[in-house]
Write a protein that binds this ligand. Structure first.
Ligand SMILES: *[C@@H]1O[C@H](CO)[C@@H](O)[C@H](O)[C@H]1NC(C)=O
Ligand SMILES: *[C@@H]1O[C@H](CO)[C@@H](O)[C@H](O)[C@H]1NC(C)=O
Ligand SMILES: *[C@@H]1O[C@H](CO)[C@@H](O)[C@H](O)[C@H]1NC(C)=O
Ligand SMILES: *[C@@H]1O[C@H](CO)[C@@H](O)[C@H](O)[C@H]1NC(C)=O
Ligand SMILES: *[C@@H]1O[C@H](CO)[C@@H](O)[C@H](O)[C@H]1NC(C)=O
Length: 640
């Protein structure tokens, strides 16, 4: 797969070197997105207008320009960015070529992006300005291996990270930085990073840092590589590939870009290289022509997969060969390890057994989908690895373990004062709302519980394990399922008993979770110790007796806002109501948690699920059942 990328890349490099000041800018990659517009539509007319406006502004602007054409709803939005080291003439040349090429490569597409060596151009039917976007993306690599990759990685990592800091943090750079570092006594490594200047510094920092984090994934041990994103790109090579600043010292090696003033040298070089280039170009075009049509589609598909694919060796090194010391725990699917990527990024790696359920294709599809879910209250899936007998999922590392380690631990629960708990409750609600309503796919989590809520360094909650959730159709509010994924004590009764799943089953689990955070005690263990009542019934009784605040965790010692606490308990009770229709949506939960003016409806009795629907003597309620069933299982299994 990597080879497919590298061949054209190497060709490009050769052509580039040959035609140092040639007129034809070098295309790198493109991505077609969005729906189709019809020929001769208003949108098409606007798009043509837009592209010509971009082209004609390329010489005038300072390397970046955004504009629109036409009126709603047929507005076309577009922008271009030229590499920070090129002249306005080169920029215009590149943008002109890109605006023609993009129509050829993405015929009738409402949205597209094209990257050249020296510029990028995007258009869309919706505003793309001032928002950071990291996908679609692609990584390209130079197939030549580097000697001494360990040392190289170290130097390259330092170089790229310092460039990122410069571009993102120093406003005078215009979000562009280049630099070099000594690799061996006769070899340098050159790096370049750039963001579209319409995004914020912190977004630029994120975009570039993530792109640099891709290097060991795409280009480990290679002499050159690029990571291209809509809002930023990075590149490194052993050879100088950018223009040094005009007033830089003369000791610079011959530059590859435009502007050689020694005409003799150019002619001498150009004649033989031009021949070589023509031959190479022919070979290159033949190769491309021969490629069957569906190949192209295939490549597009791979793009997103490719940028998510980790090398097994990278992960092996990052986790110190899956050492016992790096083991974070054992999930239902397999062990989880902590690791550190080149560049310093920390990761958590789930090592699944290769023959666990899904086929390869299905697995990849799901990873690509789940990786698109990005929210600050969700644990981010960074990628996967499918190699040899290995099947790995790579997540961002969240340092403070999970919520259950705090709220159910008599010593550590004191670390969670009311303010933190309230922040955690609101964070979980927002993450869940994103899954239910705002994410590109609507997702039901199905297994929300404290051990699936991870805490970052600032104790912000991040929901994990939503990958086990299955996609569901937008127009279906309820589906019947014979497969139950969930954990006792948190599952809504209609789901556990009849397999009826809906966003409201998550709302139920959220309610239980909320009451547990408030109380500092497990729904299950509560049941065992109090014998007669579970947490939900207890909360309901106190509520009706007008003493709801007795529910509060005694370690909080009255150090909490009574009105916030009352509100939380009230919302918790609304969420665990037996009648699915009575439970609020996460949308209203988030609203109720943040607005003190909204009046809340009165709750009805909670589902007496644990008490009335099951007999307490059954072994179901012992501790062992509090672990997740994780794998799909038949509902009967649990209700027998
Ligand atoms: C842009 O096009 C897509 C796909 O056809 C469509 O779903 C979306 O609503 C359009 N956006 C706007 C703002 O018109
Ligand atoms: C679009 O307009 C051109 C010129 O007016 C015409 O030749 C062509 O057939 C039209 N195409 C469609 C799909 O209507
Ligand atoms: C470019 O984008 C900015 C930020 O969204 C916007 O304010 C400005 O009007 C745009 N420029 C043009 C020429 O449309
Ligand atoms: C680079 O190294 C890999 C394995 O280490 C090898 O398979 C590949 O052929 C090498 N590539 C080149 C261009 O030498
Ligand atoms: C690289 O080495 C040369 C001499 O060996 C030195 O002058 C130069 O400053 C070094 N460059 C960097 C970026 O460290």
């Amino acid at each position: 797969m990597q080879l497919q990328w590298s061949i054209p890349f190497v060709c490009l490099m050769l052509i580039r070197l040959g035609l140092s000041s040639a007129q034809q800018p070098d295309y790198a990659y493109h991505s077609c997105l969005g729906g189709i517009y019809t020929s001769n539509s208003t949108y098409q007319a606007n798009l043509n207008l837009l592209l010509s406006s971009l082209s004609s502004n390329a010489a005038l602007q300072n390397g970046f320009y955004n504009t629109t054409a036409g009126l709603n709803p047929n507005t076309a939005y577009g922008l271009f960015l030229c590499r920070g080291d090129v002249t306005s003439e080169v920029c215009q040349n590149c943008v002109e070529a890109a605006s023609k090429e993009i129509l050829q490569r993405c015929p009738n597409k409402k949205e597209a992006i094209i990257w050249y060596d020296l510029c990028l151009l995007r258009y869309s039917n919706q505003s793309i300005f001032s928002t950071m976007q990291q996908s679609p993306g692609v990584s390209l690599l130079n197939i030549n291996n580097i000697t001494n990759p360990d040392r190289f990685n170290q130097i390259l990592g330092d170089l790229m990270n310092s460039l990122v800091r410069r571009a993102a943090l120093d406003p005078s750079t215009g979000m562009f930085a280049t630099g070099e570092a000594n690799f061996t006594s006769f070899q340098q490594v050159y790096g370049l990073v750039q963001c579209t200047p319409d995004i914020s510094q912190s977004d630029c920092n994120i975009c570039l840092a993530e792109a640099v984090g891709q290097i060991p994934i795409c280009c480990n041990g290679k002499r050159g590589g690029r990571v291209l994103r809509p809002s930023c790109y990075i590149r490194y090579e052993i050879d100088l590939f950018y223009q040094l600043k005009p007033n830089a010292p003369d000791s610079s090696p011959p530059s590859v870009g435009k502007g050689g003033d020694s005409s003799k040298l150019i002619i001498v070089i150009i004649i033989p290289t031009a021949i070589a280039v023509i031959i190479l170009s022919i070979v290159w075009f033949c190769l491309r022509r021969k490629r069957p049509k569906d190949r192209v589609k295939d490549l597009d598909e791979i793009t997103s997969e490719e940028s998510l694919q980790f090398n097994f060796d990278t992960i092996r090194i990052a986790t110190d060969n899956f050492s016992e010391a790096n083991k974070l725990g054992q999930g239902g699917f397999g062990p989880v390890y902590r690791g550190k990527l080149f560049g310093g990024r920390e990761i958590a790696v789930k090592r699944l057994s290769r023959n666990s359920g899904q086929g390869e294709k299905e697995f990849k599809n799901e990873v690509v989908l789940v990786a698109k879910l990005q929210h600050r209250n969700l644990v981010r899936l960074l990628g996967f690895c499918l190699e040899r007998e290995e099947k790995l999922l790579i997540y961002e590392f969240v340092p403070n373990t999970s919520l259950d380690n705090f709220i159910f631990d008599p010593a550590r629960c004191t670390l969670l004062d009311w303010e933190k708990r309230y922040k955690i409750i609101r964070g979980i609600a927002r993450g869940l709302l994103y899954l239910h309503e705002d994410s590109p796919l609507r997702i039901i989590h199905r297994d929300l519980k404290p051990s699936n809520i991870l805490l970052d360094a600032e104790m912000n909650p991040k929901i994990s394990d939503f990958g086990t959730a299955r996609l569901f159709r937008v127009d279906q509010t309820q589906t019947n399922t014979s497969r139950i994924v969930g954990t006792y004590g948190y599952m809504a009764p209609e789901y556990a008993m009849h397999g009826q799943i809906s966003v409201k089953s998550d709302v139920f689990s959220f309610g239980v979770l909320l009451l547990e955070i408030v109380r500092g005690q497990k729904n299950n263990s509560f049941y065992q110790s109090q014998r007669t009542e579970d947490l939900l019934s207890y909360a309901w009784r106190l509520w009706n007796e007008g003493t709801a605040l007795e529910l509060m965790d005694s370690t909080l010692r009255e150090c909490f806002s009574a009105s916030e606490a009352m509100r939380c308990i009230h919302i918790g009770l609304l969420c665990v109501q037996e009648d699915v229709a009575d439970r609020p949506t996460m949308d209203s939960v988030v609203l109720m948690l943040s607005s003190y003016s909204a009046t809340l409806p009165l709750p009805s009795a909670p589902a007496y699920f644990l008490q009335s629907k099951m007999e307490p003597e059954k072994p179901l309620l012992d501790k062992s059942t509090s672990r997740s069933t994780e794998f799909s299982a038949n509902a009967d299994l649990y209700l027998r």
